[in-house]
Design a protein around this ligand. Structure first.
Ligand SMILES: N[C@@H](CCC(=O)N[C@@H](CS)C(=O)NCC(=O)O)C(=O)O
Length: 202
């Protein structure tokens, strides 16, 4: 089979999601460390974002499309639930992550604090109330199950974990993650997985 190439910058949370999914599935791939908004990335993604993927004749952008493809195209553990109900829950979390969690917990706080120098303090402060809401909702979501969509890890968990890993390293986490025992246990569980360790602790 042709070689799979993952294009994207190494500190991007979305690129990290793809790398974790590839590791979880045991897929050998070539990593192409390209920055967003470069001419080469604009040729792959109309908005110049990372990641993108090439596999033979197939060129894809958007993390959801890439990770669903990898899960379907390769052997290894299934990363999408077998039941209609759990799959719908996973889809709901994926949508919630992309629409609400990543813009606040990821872009406005974790990425801003960890990767932007100097960080935009006003942007971080403005996001804190909404971040509390995001985390309260996540805490409730993890109350009855080990993972977001039941007791098996799914793509939804692999979307969230790079962002929560970054967030847990920020000073803001001392407030945000001080009373979130379900999220904290989930994060420990996620960070103990070989695939996650390989990417996030590298
Ligand atoms: N909807 C895209 C989002 C990807 C995204 O936001 N990537 C960020 C890095 S984590 C990026 O490329 N940012 C640079 C930019 O927007 O110019 C996906 O799911 O892949």
């Amino acid at each position: 089979m042709s070689e799979l190439i993952l294009h994207g910058s190494p500190r991007s949370n979305y690129v990290r999601t793809c790398q974790i999914v590839l590791a979880e599935k045991g897929v050998a791939y070539t990593y192409d460390p390209v920055m967003p908004q470069t001419l080469e990335q604009l040729a792959r993604h109309p908005w110049g974002k990372v990641p993108a993927m090439t596999h033979g004749d197939l060129a894809l952008y958007e993390t959801l499309a890439i990770t669903r493809y990898i899960d379907a195209a390769f052997d290894g553990p299934a990363l999408q639930p077998p039941t209609i109900e759990d799959r719908a829950r996973m889809d709901q979390w994926l949508s919630v992550y992309n629409a609400y969690l990543n813009p606040i917990l990821g872009s406005s706080i974790a990425i801003e604090r960890m990767l932007r120098k100097p960080s935009n303090e006003e942007k971080i402060a403005a996001a804190m109330p909404e971040a509390e809401k995001c985390l309260t909702m996540l805490e409730k979501g993890l109350a009855g199950s080990e993972f977001l969509a039941g007791n098996r890890v799914t793509l939804a968990d692999f979307f969230l974990v790079p962002t929560l890993d970054y967030l847990s390293q920020t000073p803001e986490s001392e407030v945000l993650l001080s009373d979130t025992k379900n999220i904290n246990s989930w994060l420990l569980r996620m960070m103990a997985m070989d695939s996650t360790k390989t990417v996030l602790l590298a």
